[in-house]
Design a protein around this ligand. Structure first.
Ligand SMILES: Cc1ncc(COP(=O)(O)O)c(C=O)c1O
Length: 444
């Protein structure tokens, strides 16, 4: 027990959480060192229980593209409550059709959609749909990509170089689960390759066992690792050759790169896509959708072929209203919103480049629209193996820790992306760059 006369508010909250929460906090991947107890967020800023203010570039792992507490989104949520909309849980509702309409208009590959509460549910359903549509069980994933916490995808995230070895019993990489508690049999149906390695993907696809390749089209769970020219097109062609589906997991890239997702930028049309995060600007909503041919399995005329999509809270009015308000705003004021974010993001990118220009260690700034990261290596990474082998993780961690000490919040884990929102102002970027300049000058 901490001494109540000397302990801080942070100590007291941490102690209380530790007492009854397994692991001391909800969602263990939020653990940081030191732990900060945040109590409020508005626009581009966070406040902790000590009253410290931070400029936020974490955006709660990136949903807040319009900023925390966006007035239009929160207004819609309040409206949903005041109108006495509720989760009746029978039949449909007026807002379901509108939300589906906005989604299918925004992303051309979404001919039909279903909504869930989280990104992980969306990726689970995408895999189930792909298995039903192809009659195959195995999936191909990317080293360093994150697609959710479910068993099928809980493999090979930020592994050390010596763990990224060839698989003994087939093509691709050895499997490194990111969780205990999975059945051993799951391994038979999961294959992993490095990002941007088309030959390796081809080799796995040639087994004829792959229902779907699922990947983040830009690897944004390890910063901003971009597809090389021709890579996504090559995957599309390889999937077509092998009768596998291509799933873009746009839970992180979606709606931050423009209304049409990253797929509108790269021009590659996936069979299925998943969205989450920015789609409802911080409220819990996931989306799975794609070609009518695959999506028809949710209501297949043959009950044995039908794919169950169900959830007590699917289509709940609060996140649904939030998503409708977000999508309408992005549609109606898209030029202004994406223009503002792009301008600030470019200022950040240019500013960081200039600050790190004179240092005697390698730095590479990578950016994809609102997502940016400073890598402490001399080239943009090609994949996680390249990144973990080249990036100076200690310096990266010190950089993040110093920024946090000075009121700029990036997630403290090396390689994690920063996110700029519509709520950031030029002043926030200028202040961040001035702070960065000072901490870099003082030595990292
Ligand atoms: C690309 C990607 N897919 C899926 C997920 C899982 O989404 P959720 O945490 O909402 O379940 C995440 C979460 O970080 C993600 O970044």
């Amino acid at each position: 027990m901490s001494d109540p006369s000397t302990s801080t508010a942070t100590d007291r909250y941490l102690e209380r959480s530790r007492r009854h929460i397994a692991g001391g906090l909800f969602s263990l991947n939020r653990r940081t060192d030191p732990m900060i107890v945040f109590e409020r967020a508005e626009g581009a800023h966070l406040w902790d229980v000590e009253g410290r203010r931070f400029i936020d570039y974490h955006a709660a792992f990136s949903p807040y593209f319009l900023g925390h507490g966006d007035p239009d989104v929160d207004g819609a949520v309040i409206d949903a409550i005041q109108r006495k909309t509720s989760l009746v849980g029978a039949g449909t509702t007026p807002w379901e059709g509108e939300l589906a309409e906005l989604l299918t208009e925004a992303v051309p590959s979404l001919e039909k959609v279903q909504v869930t509460n989280t990104g992980s549910e969306a990726t689970s359903y995408a895999i189930r749909l792909a298995r039903a549509a192809t009659g195959r069980d195995a999936i191909l994933l990317i080293q360093g990509g994150y697609n959710g916490w479910e068993d099928d995808v809980a493999f090979n995230l930020m592994d050390p170089p010596d763990a990224q070895t060839p698989r003994a019993d087939g093509p691709g990489l050895a499997l490194n689960p990111i969780t205990n508690g999975m059945p051993a049999s799951i391994r038979d149906n999961v294959f992993i390759v490095q990002f941007n390695d088309l030959d390796a993907a081809d080799e796995v696809l040639a087994t004829g066992r792959i229902a779907a390749v699922m990947l983040e089209p830009v690897l944004q769970n390890i910063g901003v690792v971009k597809p090389q020219p021709g890579y996504l097109e090559g995957l599309r062609a390889a999937c077509d050759r092998s009768g596998s589906l291509l799933i873009f997991d746009e839970v992180k890239t979606g709606f931050r790169n423009g209304l049409g997702g990253y797929q509108a930028i790269c021009g590659v049309r996936p069979d299925l896509s998943t969205f989450g995060k920015a789609v409802a600007n911080g409220y819990p909503l996931g989306v799975v959708g794609g070609s009518a041919e695959v999506m028809r399995f949710v209501d297949h005329p043959d009950p044995k072929q039908r794919v169950l999509v169900a959830g007590t809270y699917n289509g709940h009015p609060v996140p649904s209203y939030a998503a409708i308000a977000t999508l309408r705003k992005l549609r109606d004021r898209g030029e202004e919103i994406y223009g503002h974010v792009e301008r600030l993001s470019r200022t950040m990118e240019d500013g960081l480049r200039a600050i790190f220009d004179g240092v005697d260690y390698p730095v590479t700034i990578a950016r994809q629209n609102s997502a940016f990261v400073a890598y402490f290596m001399d080239h943009p990474p090609r994949d996680w193996l390249d990144l973990v082998s080249s990036n100076d993780m200690q310096r990266d961690a010190r950089y993040r820790a110093r920024l946090i000490e000075h009121g700029v919040f990036h997630f403290p884990t090396p390689t994690k992306q920063g996110s700029i929102s519509f709520a950031h102002a030029e002043d926030d970027i200028a202040t961040t760059l001035a702070i960065t300049e000072r901490i870099v000058a003082a030595g990292l």
